[in-house]
Design a protein around this ligand. Structure first.
Ligand code: CLF
Ligand code: SF4
Length: 504
């Protein structure tokens, strides 16, 4: 059933991969970025985007954040070219990444636009899954507009098949929509945590706007007005907008349902409600004040309450402002300055383009296979009203392909007659360290998997299997290296049938 990775033509209708040597990029005129647009046409749809209009499906098809299904196959990278910020959030410490789009952690290197473009080519040469480059900090992309737009100009000229993505707090957004549109950036994230300035004043102590510092409710009102205007302007231009919201228990948790309504009514495409990361060690106001983040159950309940006719993102990994790789992994350490220089010196543009094209052809076949397998499996469970929560160890590609002991997170799915729906991920400590089993990690892993009926793995040892069984969690190895969705549904059908037999 699985297709092999081989060279071939692009998937039907996808844009041809074209990487242009950096020597040419260096001379690009920033005011008139060359290169063709990155929009794809056609291509196979994914389960999650099947009901969308074609022009939207084209935009989300290979974006790992805008499509949960695409995140199994495609990677993103952030270039940390935007150090300054124009507001203060109580969950942010300037020494750390932008918490809007990252977990707190220092950015290892701030980049110039020129070096950022070089890094993008180096990463594209090593990671054929790379489909999107974002500017997400470490400050605010639009508080540093010249660096951000110069970076996009250079990337667009050098690697026109890579999508451009931008994340902002929205304060400066209305001033830049025209430029965003002209550059072909068709994915913009705005972090919107409130529509009520009284609540906003508890999240934002100040903003800096039009050469003046504003505080309290006045600051929050101004920010809110600018965010809404920016959102409406982007939607009017046909740009896909994702709204990120940080869930802060006791401050905006209930209020985020109203935020969801407000952004949905203005045409936002996707809502990503993320948990507050709060730790005194990060030195943030909330961290030092003891403000807690939500539990996984609280987060899921809010996401469920907001999920109606608007897409909810549940696979966000709150990545660093210099993250590189598939969501949930960070290969940034492989791309320090010296490594980038070395890779750039040996890039063969033609070979790289062939490898990227071959990967896209491979993924197109895999996705078609996976979708057909899931549809076939679903037919077995059409009549049941039951659901099961299950966890999966995966390294990507939409397959159950990771050993239990190597997992640093498990993907969690809700399986029912409707299929297998990705609902989140649970981070855990490694069970296997340098070939040794870390028994002390097991209670934390069992706790993280609470509520799951089974955990699907490529392999698992006797001891952890026993510990999981004692907690009522079945370790399933039978589907090692198979497609996730179809396997879960197969197992679910069997599980429901067994339960019925026992009940009878
Ligand atoms: Fe980066 Fe953000 Fe673009 Fe994705 S991340 S700028 S939309 S390419 Fe994605 Fe990372 Fe979550 Fe952001 S998983 S933090 S949502
Ligand atoms: Fe920090 Fe980002 Fe908020 Fe600015 S917008 S204060 S960088 S979290």
């Amino acid at each position: 059933m699985s297709a092999s990775l081989s060279s071939g033509s692009c998937p039907p209708g996808s844009s041809p991969v074209r990487i242009i040597p950096l020597s040419v990029v260096g001379s690009a005129n920033p005011a008139s970025a060359g290169g063709c647009a990155t929009a794809t046409k056609g291509g196979c749809g994914s389960g999650s985007s099947a009901g969308l209009p074609q022009h939207i499906r084209d935009k989300v098809h290979d974006h790992p954040c805008y499509s949960a299904e695409a995140h199994h196959h495609f990677a993103r990278m952030h270039v940390a070219v935007a150090p300054a910020c124009n507001i203060q959030c109580n969950y942010c410490n300037r020494k750390y990444d932008c918490a809007n789009e990252s977990r707190p952690g220092v950015v290892s290197e701030k980049l110039t636009p020129e070096f950022a473009a070089k890094k993008v080519l180096a990463v594209a040469a090593r990671i054929p899954q790379l489909s999107v480059v974002g500017v997400a900090g470490p400050g605010d992309a639009l508080a540093n507009p010249e660096k951000t737009f110069r970076t996009f100009d250079l990337i667009k000229a050098a690697a026109p098949d890579i999508r451009l993505c931008l994340s902002t707090n929205g304060l400066a957004l209305p001033d830049h929509v025209e430029r965003i549109k002209a550059l072909g950036v068709d994915h913009v994230t705005i972090t919107i945590n409130m529509i009520d300035p009284e609540i906003g004043a508890q999240i934002y102590p100040w903003i800096f706007f039009d050469h003046k510092r504003y505080q309290g409710v006045e600051a929050a009102r101004l920010l809110h007005e600018r965010q809404m205007r920016g959102l409406e302007m982007l939607v009017a231009e046909g740009i896909l907008v994702k709204v990120n919201s940080v869930m802060i228990p006791g401050i905006n948790d209930r209020h985020l349902v109203e935020v969801n309504e407000a952004v949905k009514s203005r045409g936002a495409f996707l809502h990503n409600i993320m948990p507050l990361i709060s730790d005194p060690a990060h030195g943030t106001h909330f961290g030092l004040a003891g403000q807690r983040g939500p539990t996984p159950a609280e987060l899921k309940a809010l996401q469920d309450a907001c999920e109606g006719d608007m897409q909810l993102m549940r696979h966000c990994r709150q990545c660093r402002a210099d993250a590189v790789g598939m969501l949930g992994e960070d290969r940034g350490a492989e791309f320090g300055s010296a490594a980038i220089d070395a890779i750039a010196a040996e890039i063969d543009a033609e070979r790289m383009n062939e490898a990227r094209s071959a990967y896209r052809s491979f993924v197109a076949r895999e996705r078609a296979d996976q979708s057909a397998a899931a549809d076939a499996a679903k037919a077995q469970v059409a009549s049941t009203g039951e659901t099961r929560l299950v966890a999966v160890a995966t390294k990507g590609s939409g397959r159950i392909n990771q050993h239990f002991g190597h997992a640093e997170e498990f993907q969690v799915y809700e399986v029912s007659a409707a299929g297998a729906k990705f609902i989140g991920h649970r981070k855990v400590s490694l069970y296997c360290r340098g070939g040794f089993e870390d028994e002390e990690a097991m209670p934390g892993i069992v706790e993280a998997l609470a509520g799951c009926a089974a955990v699907f793995v490529a392999k698992i040892g006797h001891c952890p299997r026993k510990d999981l069984a004692a907690a009522g969690i079945e370790a399933v190895e039978d589907f090692a290296h198979e497609y996730i969705e179809a396997s879960l549904i197969d197992w679910f059908a069997q599980s429901v049938a067994n339960a019925r037999t026992i009940a009878a």
